[in-house]
Design a protein around this ligand. Structure first.
Ligand code: AMP
Ligand code: MG
Length: 348
């Protein structure tokens, strides 16, 4: 009788042990150079074979979406769509391309045109200015202007088709694409049974559930750009996304003026206000698009929009950092204050 009881205990112990072994999750991290940036995946899986399988699928999804959305590849689906601009024809497009264009139109409406994927020709002028060191001429800007304006995109939802109304239009999803792709990768990981994951595409980060036994993923928002001392803030997040926009890395200096790679759709020129905007939202594409849109609107109007959209639960938090000659200023919405804490010497 006693032996049976002892055995029962041993069996129970073994069962518990095997259960905890089969549920053990290990942290895996993979890095690859893609989308012109560093792409990082961190997730929890049961073993290295599974992890390798998952990372290969995830990185190949990034490559596939890049072939749809890349502005640099003349054979990408989006470039082929632009070839049809002004012909009066609608083009049936892939689900992903349709989705990102449809989402972008919503972001344009909500930001009253500050975010606008039809800025493609302005972006080309910015890149030329970078190469040549001179600003575009008024004639070049006027020509690009004729092809700009999100109202020039017509959607046919029933047919999953798009018509670009003005000849020479060029779409550029650079301000939303990485967030959009991060969402798709996170969704794929979930499909593959990975719930606890971080997808970081060069600072556009989509987050799944928290790592095991943690409250969330610790993300550092650094503000090194124009401040003299390096400062940062930590934020603990899960099941949402975060993105930062600003002129820290991508800008041109012409005639002593700094022009960011983010274009003001009204002027066609890069932003000159020194700003860094970080947005937390439910999805990567929303965070990415509004970090760019709020940058365009600037610290006053941008902050007002951030607050408005936070009240409607469309955004979860926004931080704007701006600089004067000697000082760094920070504006934060209620949402971001609740999520973060400061680290004076850098958190990591
Ligand atoms: P981000 O770094 O996410 O702010 O995106 C900047 C990129 O988005 C630029 O390099 C352009 O390709 C594109 N872009 C620039 N200005 C705008 C704008 N006002 N609306 C939408 N996309 C833009
Ligand atoms: Mg963006």
């Amino acid at each position: 009788m006693q032996t049976t009881f002892a055995l029962r205990i041993i069996f129970l112990l073994l069962a518990t042990l095997s259960l905890s072994v089969s549920f053990a999750q290990y942290r895996y991290e993979f890095v690859a150079g893609k989308l012109g940036t560093v792409c990082r995946l961190v997730f929890y899986a049961k073993d290295s074979l599974t992890a390798q399988y998952i990372q290969a699928k995830a990185f190949s999804t990034i490559d596939t979406l890049n072939e749809v959305l890349s502005d640099y590849n003349e054979n990408s689906e989006i470039r082929r769509l632009c070839d049809s601009a002004g012909t009066g024809k609608m083009v049936v497009v892939s689900k992903d391309l349709y989705e990102i264009i449809a989402q972008s139109l919503v972001y344009s409406q909500l930001s009253k045109g500050a975010f606008d994927i039809t800025v493609g020709n302005y972006v080309q002028l910015w890149r030329r200015a970078k190469r040549q060191g001179i600003l575009p001429t008024p004639a070049q800007l006027a020509k690009a202007k004729a092809t700009t304006g999100y109202q020039k995109i017509k959607l046919y939802p029933a047919k999953q088709a798009v018509e670009l109304l003005a000849k020479g239009m060029r779409l550029d999803v650079g301000a939303v694409g990485k967030g959009f792709i991060a969402d798709k990768v996170l969704a794929l990981l979930r499909q593959l049974g990975v719930n606890s994951a971080l997808v970081d595409l060069g600072g556009d980060i989509a987050l799944g559930e928290a790592p095991p036994n943690e409250k969330g993923w610790q993300i550092e928002i650094a503000y090194t750009a124009h401040s003299r001392t390096r400062k940062s803030q930590k934020i603990v997040l899960s099941n949402c996304a975060i993105a930062t926009s600003g002129d820290t890395f991508q800008y041109i200096s012409i005639g002593g003026q700094r022009y960011s790679h983010i274009i003001h759709p009204k002027t066609g020129l890069g932003l000159t206000e020194k700003l860094q905007v970080t947005v937390v939202a439910q999805s990567g594409s929303t965070a990415d698009a509004f970090a760019s849109a709020i940058s365009v609107l600037g610290k006053k109007k941008g902050f007002a929009l951030a607050q408005r959209l936070e009240t409607k639960k469309y955004l979860l938090g926004t931080q704007i950092i701006y600089y004067t000659e000697n000082q760094t200023f920070i504006k934060e919405t209620k949402g971001i204050k609740e999520l973060s804490y400061a680290c004076d010497k850098g958190c990591l």
